[in-house]
Design a protein around this ligand. Structure first.
Ligand code: COA
Length: 200
């Protein structure tokens, strides 16, 4: 990174519906970067259209925030934080689920994610949320190093396997609807088990 970039102040603000194209660009860039990962690599057809629909609904949802980090009005990074239900029998009953964390390559290692996380902490405090959770690709050395450095401890592993002879049906449109996207952060079975969907 050039010293000029490093010395410019980073500001963080809540994204609005007016930022939709910026949000789509940053989050699709994250998907593209993670396309080698077994957990995140199978991008569905029509991803840009689906992304617009999904992200618009998320930007309008009162239960979550998408934060943008900017330098000189240029978006450098993004982080999304959504209030999510915990296991019905365990504390905390709600927590903040962090997802969609991405910093443009030229701005990395200059504290952008730290700045985004500071704002996310404030959002959590304002909502009386005392815990944050997230998933990261197990094979990403950088993501593992970053979340270790930022105080996120590994408490479980997400294990994935293919169903023998399972057949992949065409992507179902009902799953791509904006309402489904905004309202169904967890299906009931996941909610009961306290398991959160991966949320790129
Ligand atoms: C992961 C990512 C978001 C980090 O963003 P960033 O703005 O560069 O992170 P920061 O500069 O705020 O770094 C915070 C701390 O994380 C650690 N860290 C950051 N990048 C690191 C790297 N490449 N290697 C090792 N540790 C790293 C450091 O401890 C750093 O603190 P320090 O600079 O004071 O030493 C960015 O590299 C990225 O967008 N990567 C691709 C997408 C991705 O992996 N997203 C995470 C999905 S879970």
């Amino acid at each position: 990174m050039s010293p000029a970039v490093a010395t410019r102040p980073i500001s963080v603000r809540r994204a609005t519906a007016a930022d939709l194209e910026t949000v789509v660009a940053l989050r699709l860039a994250l998907l593209r970067e993670e396309c080698q990962s077994p957990g995140y690599g199978r991008v569905r057809p029509g991803v840009a259209r689906r992304a617009r629909q999904l992200y618009r609904a998320q930007l309008e949802s009162p239960a979550e925030v998408t934060l943008l980090a900017e330098q000189d009005d240029n978006a450098q990074g993004i982080l999304r934080c959504a209030e999510s239900s915990g296991h019905p029998l365990l504390e905390p009953d709600h927590y903040a689920y962090v997802s969609s964390v991405y910093v443009v390559p030229a701005a990395r290692r200059s504290g952008v994610v730290r700045a985004l996380l500071d704002q996310a902490f404030q959002w959590c405090r304002d909502r009386n949320l005392v815990e944050m959770r997230l998933h990261n690709a197990a094979d990403s050395a950088v993501a593992n190093a970053v979340w270790d450095a930022l105080g996120f401890n590994v408490v479980e592993h997400l294990r994935v396997r293919r169903v023998p002879d399972g057949v992949q049906h065409q992507s179902r449109e009902r799953e791509s609807g904006a309402g489904a996207a905004a309202g169904r952060r967890m299906d009931p079975a996941h909610a009961a088990a306290g398991v959160q969907h991966m949320g790129r």
